[in-house]
Design a protein around this ligand. Structure first.
Ligand code: MG
Length: 367
């Protein structure tokens, strides 16, 4: 089996609730890229990468498409079912840029699944949980609106929440207190600053809410700042943006600075490398939020397959981004029900791309 061509699609993902806001950023829509890899056997595989705007991580939507074009040259004629070789070739052709490689890697897993007749979760080690616990994002807004949102989302059946903070520490303390007061017994709340606080601001917040039963996520930009915050609080710490490789995780683990990591498939460069970090975390006893840097039905399927093959006790939560957007890139996506999502048993990702909404490819790459 050989890769004969790649089609690249661009699609906008508008927000159902109008906007998606965190720290000092707010978007009404995200720019997503879908890759279709065509093969000599007539099987096509799909993957998606959607950076959360151009200044969240060192990644941007147009860059994904330019990078995919660059990588395609090294992939023509190669066997997509040999995932290790595909990743070696991509790393040889382009240093870094994991987000560019992610959709290609996922599309190759989709092909491997279709070739073998297996859902990807079986190929990632086997299904360990039937349904994936989701968290609901409470977008950054006024404390009053955020309080109303958690009440509404709990009525919809969600049990885990990630409230967006990371702006003004005084206002963030008020936001956390307003939302935490409404949390039903047994439900779980995290306050995600998305790198938004300076070190002194993060210390003010964690000192102001010492008795709260909440998690703190990525308070500051650098790992070193997050480490200082960690050393001054007993609140459980989730690291997200600064865990971008096995190396950064090993450092955090060795420093005892992290209780949970946020594993984003796009930041690791696809499912192949995410599986390595996932298995390492399980081996050493660190739990994971498993998600991506945004996306739609296709990206959510990759999240769901990785989470299905993760032990329940180490899977903290996941996101289903297609719940937040009006766009539909595929039918047959993971089903969302009462705060959980689950994949079907179809081979590969199990989705059917919606070619009508994807439109014509913006890039048709052939040897
Ligand atoms: Mg986060």
């Amino acid at each position: 089996m050989k890769i004969t061509g790649l089609n690249v699609y661009q699609i906008d993902l508008p927000m159902k609730e109008g906007s998606y806001s965190w720290a000092n950023q707010s978007f009404t829509s995200f720019d997503s890229t879908v890759v279709e890899i065509k093969t000599s056997e007539g099987i096509s595989g799909y993957g998606e990468i959607c950076p959360l705007g151009p200044s969240y991580l060192p990644a941007y939507a147009e860059g994904a498409r330019v990078g995919i074009k660059k990588l395609a040259e090294s992939l023509f004629g190669q066997d997509p079912s040999n995932l290790n070789n595909v990743n070696l070739l991509m790393d040889k052709a382009l240093k870094g840029h994991p987000y560019v490689k992610s959709a290609i890697d996922v599309a190759c897993w989709d092909i491997l699944g279709k070739l073998t007749g297996q859902p990807i979760y079986n190929l990632l080690g086997g299904k360990l949980q039937d349904k994936i616990k989701l968290f609901k994002v409470i977008s950054k807004s006024t404390p009053e609106i955020m309080k109303e949102k958690i009440i509404e989302y709990q009525e919809q059946g969600f049990r885990q929440f990630q409230m967006k903070v990371g702006e003004n520490p005084s206002l963030d303390i008020k936001r956390i207190n307003f939302v935490a007061e409404q949390l039903n017994e047994g439900n779980i709340l995290g306050a995600d600053a998305n790198c938004g606080w300076k070190q002194h601001e993060a210390l003010r917040v964690v000192n102001a809410i010492p008795g709260s039963d909440i998690y703190i996520e990525q308070p500051c930009t650098t790992y070193e700042e997050c480490l200082v915050v960690r050393q001054h609080t007993n609140l459980p710490m989730i690291l997200d943006e600064c865990i971008d490789s096995v190396h950064t995780f090993l450092r955090a683990y060795s420093d005892k600075s992290v209780d949970i990591i946020n594993l984003k498939i796009g930041r690791m460069g696809g499912l192949t490398k995410s599986k390595i970090l996932r298995d390492l975390c399980v081996s050493v006893g660190i739990s994971m939020t498993i998600e991506d840097t945004w996306g739609s039905q296709i990206g959510d399927a990759a999240i769901a397959h990785l989470a299905h093959s993760t032990p329940t006790e180490f899977h903290f939560q996941s996101s289903a981004f297609h719940e937040y957007t009006t766009a539909v890139t595929a039918s047959n996506p993971p089903r969302i029900d009462n705060g959980y999502m689950s994949c079907n048993e179809s081979p590969g990702l199990g989705i059917l791309p919606n070619l009508e909404s994807l439109g014509s490819p913006v890039l048709k790459l052939h040897p």
